[in-house]
Design a protein. Structure first.
Length: 282
């Protein structure tokens, strides 16, 4: 019998997740189906409940529902896999597993991001100075793996200082992250600091919005990583104009999907051929 999965978001038509999971299934011989589902902004929980009743085994969650997914999960991070963060640590969930009368929550975004940077772009994160732009669900989902991989101070740069401080406070509630140095900074107040890795975790690319960044923000050889994919964002253009290596989040998308696929199917697919195939598409 075919196991049914889906990705839920709003918007969702642009999602490459169905294609990625189809390629994973073909590669590993798993009998699954996977579709993209648009949920009303006020109807995420109802959509999840409908899928459960229809026999789905689980789903991915994308913007703007990751915090809401955390709230509806009954069990956070049960059977946690190596390098996959429990939703409890992120307070944001991108993967749900339906088991009997329970919903399990995970966040594979952080593992996807770290794997893409370290494995695909061959950039070790240890001791790197990192600037994380944004304090929403996307930023929350990758923060802990970034801290663990870099073992160095990190700056959260957000439009409002209050939200950046709130994210820091959430992190500090977890014992193993209390010793990390995290500095919240609001837009326009970065000063002369430079960073080795600058990560855009905002949705500014969807609206082609500019992010207020000083021109000297990038250290020599810096990586500018936009978690958006499929378009040249103003952030990436700015980074290239100021000497950084700018990349999009397509590899992260594939890497986090591979972690999710492993949670669901207990099989780990190869990501390189999937990334290469997607890169060739117009």
């Amino acid at each position: 019998m075919t196991d049914k999965y889906a990705v839920i978001g709003n918007p969702i038509a642009h999602s490459k997740s169905p294609q990625i999971h189809r390629m994973f299934a073909e590669q590993t011989g798993q009998d699954i189906s996977y579709e993209a589902i648009l949920a009303p902004l006020d109807g995420f929980a109802a959509t999840v409940e409908r899928l459960r009743k229809e026999g789905y085994k689980g789903c991915n969650v994308t913007v703007p529902f990751k915090f809401e997914a955390f709230k509806i999960a009954d069990s956070i991070g049960f059977e946690v896999m190596d390098a996959v963060e429990s939703g409890h640590e992120a307070d944001a969930v991108n993967t749900l597993v339906f088991q009997k009368n329970k919903i399990g929550g995970y966040n594979t975004d952080g593992a996807g991001l770290v794997n893409d940077i370290a494995k695909n772009f061959k950039i070790p994160l240890k001791d790197k100075r990192i600037l994380l732009i944004g304090a929403g669900g996307a930023a929350a989902g990758v923060l802990h793996p970034l801290l663990e991989a870099s073992q160095s101070p990190l700056v959260i740069y957000n439009r409002t200082l209050r939200k950046a401080e709130s994210l820091k406070k959430t992190i500090s509630q977890h014992e193993k992250f209390r010793h990390f140095s995290i500095k919240p900074v609001e837009f326009g107040k970065l000063g002369n600091e430079q960073f080795d890795i600058v990560i855009n975790a905002t949705s500014a690319g969807l609206t082609d919005s500019e992010i207020p960044l000083p021109p000297n923000i990038f250290a020599p050889g810096a990586l500018a990583y936009d978690m958006m994919y499929g378009r040249e964002t103003p952030f990436m253009k700015f980074a290239r104009e100021h000497g950084a290596r700018a990349v999009d989040g397509l590899g992260m998308l594939v890497e986090q999907a591979a972690e999710t696929f492993y949670i669901w199917c207990r099989v780990r697919p190869e990501t390189a051929p999937v990334i290469a195939a997607l890169r060739k598409q117009p």
